[in-house]
Design a protein around this ligand. Sequence first.
Ligand code: HEM
Length: 367
Amino acid sequence: MRFNNQSYLNLSRKWKPVGGLKSQADQPVKVMDHFQYAIFCLLALMRFGDKLDEDQIKKIEAIQRKILLRLGEVNVLNLFPVLSKIIFRKQWKELLQLRQDQENILIPLIKARIEAKGLGSESVAYVDSLVDLQLTDEKRKLNMGEIVSICAEFFNAGTDTTATELQWIMANLVKFPEIQEKVYQEIYQLVGGNQLGGILNEEDMQKLPYLKAVVLEALRRHPPGHFLLPHSVSEDTEFKGYVIPKNANVNVMVAELGWDPNVWGNPMEFKPERFLNSSNDHDHDEFDITGSREIKMMTFGAGRRICPGYALALLHLEYFVVNFVWCFKWKHVNGDTSSIDLSEKQKFIVVMKNPLQACIFPTVQST
Ligand code: HEM
């Protein structure tokens, strides 16, 4: 897609401040908490098939976060569980209490879903498939504890990764307003004035290659995980002259792979255009994020242990970005692009060292 400067100027957006009050709109919003909450609500809806109220969401979020923060401790205690249960009795008690709290919150939601399904609810939820799942080798279904753990994993693996990536994308769109404007113009050229202020849907997103390129570029330049989960080889393996012994821990430097100058020109530059018509394979128009044809980046891993939520994450990222840009103009604080600092900080995943703050204005379309 080409963006012609003339039409870009003609269509240039007008905007009005949030709530119609300039003073309010001038107040920068720290967006990350809102992103996290939105993604969490969406995942909860997918899981339980029903909208949960704010109180329930906050309770699940709080317990999940407490458990996530102590995950390292769980791994250490599990190295020698028999011994650690004696020596670290207090820690074990606290961790078991956290698990109990998690079950107390999630089990009633799972049971409510089973009941709703029994009463003929037509919606489809993730919990339904877990309840129906038959473990063929063991000739049994999942028990309640296992369903709780799998639901919890879905929250842990899907919330912070997607919300963090969303923050990286929006930070780049605020830092580089010309890229934000290109996303807007692409949407405008697709839907014109017909859908002003309306929400764009999944079908619209399939026709927006520049939007997809922005999301891919962010996943390349700012992968939330700089490593994969630990893997190991099941037998001694030789790779490029090195012997990797059986059971050795193996990982991949995900970020370095996406920043390799031999593969990507000016890799540290945020340049979505590199993903337009990026496929060399004429049978496939889209970039192969799964690495099944060629591995150029591995933000979601590759092969059989690839992130099972990658398609969902892409869908959510594209959905939020397209609607954020269509409905709002995102501006940096005090007109100063340097207020957007793209430095990284290693937490559980790699986050923005200085979280994004932006002034956000609902757009009013010029005709
Ligand atoms: C931008 C968003 C996301 C990124 C960058 C991401 C990335 C990853 C990566 C790199 C792995 C490890 C792959 C490996 O070790 O080979 C992984 C695993 C996993 N992801 Fe994601 N993920 C994202 C979103 C999601 C979502 C939305 C879900 C589900 C709702 C999800 C569920 C999982 C699960 C369950 C695993 C563990 C799979 C296993 O143990 O085999 N992820 N993800």
